[in-house]
Design a protein around this ligand. Structure first.
Ligand code: RB5
Length: 173
Protein backbone atom coordinates (compact mmCIF):
# COMPACT_ATOMS: atom_id res chain seq x y z
CA UNK A 1 0.00 0.00 0.00
CA UNK A 2 1.15 3.57 -0.66
CA UNK A 3 1.05 5.57 2.57
CA UNK A 4 1.83 9.23 3.33
CA UNK A 5 3.15 10.09 6.79
CA UNK A 6 3.77 13.42 8.49
CA UNK A 7 4.66 14.79 11.91
CA UNK A 8 5.81 17.86 13.79
CA UNK A 9 9.23 18.50 15.27
CA UNK A 10 8.75 16.88 18.65
CA UNK A 11 8.02 13.41 17.30
CA UNK A 12 10.27 13.20 14.24
CA UNK A 13 12.16 10.26 15.73
CA UNK A 14 8.88 8.39 16.26
CA UNK A 15 7.75 9.17 12.70
CA UNK A 16 11.09 7.88 11.38
CA UNK A 17 10.64 4.69 13.39
CA UNK A 18 7.17 4.25 11.89
CA UNK A 19 8.52 4.87 8.38
CA UNK A 20 11.00 2.02 8.92
CA UNK A 21 8.25 -0.16 10.36
CA UNK A 22 5.96 0.47 7.37
CA UNK A 23 8.74 -0.15 4.86
CA UNK A 24 9.59 -3.36 6.72
CA UNK A 25 6.01 -4.49 6.11
CA UNK A 26 6.51 -3.86 2.39
CA UNK A 27 4.57 -0.60 2.10
CA UNK A 28 5.62 2.32 -0.07
CA UNK A 29 5.99 5.39 2.15
CA UNK A 30 5.81 9.06 1.16
CA UNK A 31 7.47 10.98 4.00
CA UNK A 32 5.91 14.46 4.07
CA UNK A 33 8.15 15.68 6.91
CA UNK A 34 9.11 17.28 9.09
CA UNK A 35 12.57 15.79 8.86
CA UNK A 36 14.39 17.12 11.91
CA UNK A 37 13.72 18.66 15.31
CA UNK A 38 13.74 22.26 14.17
CA UNK A 39 10.64 23.94 15.55
CA UNK A 40 7.79 23.95 13.03
CA UNK A 41 4.00 23.79 13.08
CA UNK A 42 1.86 20.67 12.81
CA UNK A 43 -0.88 21.99 10.43
CA UNK A 44 1.68 22.13 7.62
CA UNK A 45 2.26 18.38 7.80
CA UNK A 46 -1.34 17.46 8.58
CA UNK A 47 -2.39 19.23 5.43
CA UNK A 48 0.40 17.76 3.29
CA UNK A 49 -0.59 14.23 4.22
CA UNK A 50 -4.31 14.96 3.87
CA UNK A 51 -3.92 16.37 0.38
CA UNK A 52 -1.97 13.36 -0.79
CA UNK A 53 -4.83 11.16 0.41
CA UNK A 54 -7.70 13.13 -1.12
CA UNK A 55 -5.92 13.56 -4.46
CA UNK A 56 -5.44 9.80 -4.60
CA UNK A 57 -1.65 9.99 -4.67
CA UNK A 58 -1.64 7.64 -1.69
CA UNK A 59 -4.20 5.25 -0.29
CA UNK A 60 -3.88 6.12 3.42
CA UNK A 61 -2.23 8.71 5.63
CA UNK A 62 -0.69 8.70 9.09
CA UNK A 63 -0.20 11.92 11.07
CA UNK A 64 1.69 12.19 14.35
CA UNK A 65 2.28 15.09 16.73
CA UNK A 66 2.82 15.15 20.49
CA UNK A 67 -0.74 14.48 21.57
CA UNK A 68 -2.02 13.88 18.04
CA UNK A 69 -4.71 16.50 18.62
CA UNK A 70 -3.32 19.35 16.54
CA UNK A 71 -2.20 17.46 13.48
CA UNK A 72 -5.31 15.24 13.36
CA UNK A 73 -7.61 18.25 13.63
CA UNK A 74 -5.67 19.94 10.83
CA UNK A 75 -5.87 16.91 8.55
CA UNK A 76 -9.62 16.68 9.15
CA UNK A 77 -10.11 20.18 7.77
CA UNK A 78 -9.21 18.98 4.29
CA UNK A 79 -12.36 17.96 2.44
CA UNK A 80 -12.57 14.21 1.97
CA UNK A 81 -10.42 13.31 4.96
CA UNK A 82 -11.78 11.18 7.77
CA UNK A 83 -9.09 11.09 10.41
CA UNK A 84 -9.71 9.60 13.85
CA UNK A 85 -7.23 10.24 16.67
CA UNK A 86 -6.58 6.69 17.79
CA UNK A 87 -5.15 5.39 21.06
CA UNK A 88 -6.41 1.80 20.97
CA UNK A 89 -6.82 -1.06 18.54
CA UNK A 90 -10.61 -1.26 18.80
CA UNK A 91 -10.99 2.35 17.70
CA UNK A 92 -8.71 1.75 14.71
CA UNK A 93 -10.86 -1.23 13.68
CA UNK A 94 -14.17 0.58 14.11
CA UNK A 95 -12.91 3.66 12.27
CA UNK A 96 -11.99 1.55 9.27
CA UNK A 97 -15.06 -0.69 9.27
CA UNK A 98 -17.68 1.98 9.85
CA UNK A 99 -16.17 5.26 8.68
CA UNK A 100 -13.72 4.16 5.98
CA UNK A 101 -11.18 6.34 7.82
CA UNK A 102 -8.39 7.32 5.44
CA UNK A 103 -5.94 9.10 7.77
CA UNK A 104 -4.77 7.76 11.14
CA UNK A 105 -3.98 10.29 13.87
CA UNK A 106 -1.51 9.31 16.58
CA UNK A 107 -0.15 11.03 19.70
CA UNK A 108 3.54 10.20 19.55
CA UNK A 109 4.14 11.29 23.16
CA UNK A 110 1.04 9.50 24.41
CA UNK A 111 0.99 6.09 22.73
CA UNK A 112 3.88 3.64 23.14
CA UNK A 113 5.63 2.26 20.08
CA UNK A 114 4.35 -1.30 20.49
CA UNK A 115 0.74 -0.21 20.69
CA UNK A 116 1.34 2.23 17.83
CA UNK A 117 2.49 -0.63 15.62
CA UNK A 118 -0.59 -2.68 16.55
CA UNK A 119 -2.86 0.27 15.78
CA UNK A 120 -1.16 0.86 12.42
CA UNK A 121 -1.46 -2.85 11.55
CA UNK A 122 -5.19 -2.86 12.26
CA UNK A 123 -5.73 0.47 10.51
CA UNK A 124 -4.06 -0.81 7.34
CA UNK A 125 -5.50 -4.32 7.37
CA UNK A 126 -9.13 -3.71 8.32
CA UNK A 127 -11.47 -3.34 5.34
CA UNK A 128 -14.31 -0.86 5.21
CA UNK A 129 -17.65 -2.64 5.49
CA UNK A 130 -20.01 -0.75 3.25
CA UNK A 131 -23.65 -0.83 4.20
CA UNK A 132 -26.43 1.47 3.08
CA UNK A 133 -26.21 3.16 6.49
CA UNK A 134 -22.43 3.59 6.57
CA UNK A 135 -22.43 4.91 2.99
CA UNK A 136 -25.11 7.48 3.81
CA UNK A 137 -23.34 8.47 7.02
CA UNK A 138 -20.01 9.00 5.29
CA UNK A 139 -21.65 11.02 2.53
CA UNK A 140 -23.35 13.20 5.13
CA UNK A 141 -20.12 13.71 7.09
CA UNK A 142 -18.11 14.54 3.97
CA UNK A 143 -20.79 17.00 2.91
CA UNK A 144 -20.14 18.99 6.09
CA UNK A 145 -16.71 20.03 4.85
CA UNK A 146 -16.35 23.12 2.76
CA UNK A 147 -13.74 23.28 0.03
CA UNK A 148 -10.29 23.39 1.57
CA UNK A 149 -7.87 26.12 0.66
CA UNK A 150 -6.19 23.87 -1.84
CA UNK A 151 -2.54 23.59 -2.61
CA UNK A 152 -1.42 27.01 -1.41
CA UNK A 153 2.04 27.21 0.07
CA UNK A 154 2.92 26.74 3.70
CA UNK A 155 3.36 30.52 4.08
CA UNK A 156 -0.14 30.71 5.53
CA UNK A 157 1.51 29.47 8.74
CA UNK A 158 4.48 31.87 8.67
CA UNK A 159 2.89 34.15 11.22
CA UNK A 160 2.76 31.30 13.75
CA UNK A 161 6.31 30.19 13.05
CA UNK A 162 7.52 33.75 13.64
CA UNK A 163 5.63 33.93 16.91
CA UNK A 164 7.13 30.62 17.93
CA UNK A 165 10.59 31.93 17.16
CA UNK A 166 9.78 34.96 19.29
CA UNK A 167 8.95 32.67 22.21
CA UNK A 168 5.22 33.32 22.27
CA UNK A 169 4.41 29.61 22.39
CA UNK A 170 5.80 26.60 24.22
CA UNK A 171 5.61 22.95 23.27
CA UNK A 172 2.91 21.28 25.29
CA UNK A 173 3.77 17.63 24.59
C1 RB5 B 1 3.97 20.73 19.81
O1 RB5 B 1 4.25 21.91 20.32
C2 RB5 B 1 2.70 20.11 20.36
O2 RB5 B 1 1.82 21.11 20.82
C3 RB5 B 1 2.06 19.30 19.30
O3 RB5 B 1 2.92 18.29 18.91
C4 RB5 B 1 0.75 18.62 19.62
O4 RB5 B 1 0.79 17.95 20.82
C5 RB5 B 1 -0.46 19.42 19.45
O5 RB5 B 1 -1.56 18.91 19.43
Amino acid sequence: MKIAIGCDHIVTDIKDTMVDYLKGLGHEVVDCGTYDSERTHYPIYGRRVAEKVVTGEVERGIVICGTGVGITTSANKVKGVRAPLVRDVTTAKMAREQLDANVLGIGGRITGLGLMENIVDVFLETPYIETKESKRTIEAIDALASESRGLEGDEIFDEFLEKWEAGCYVDSK
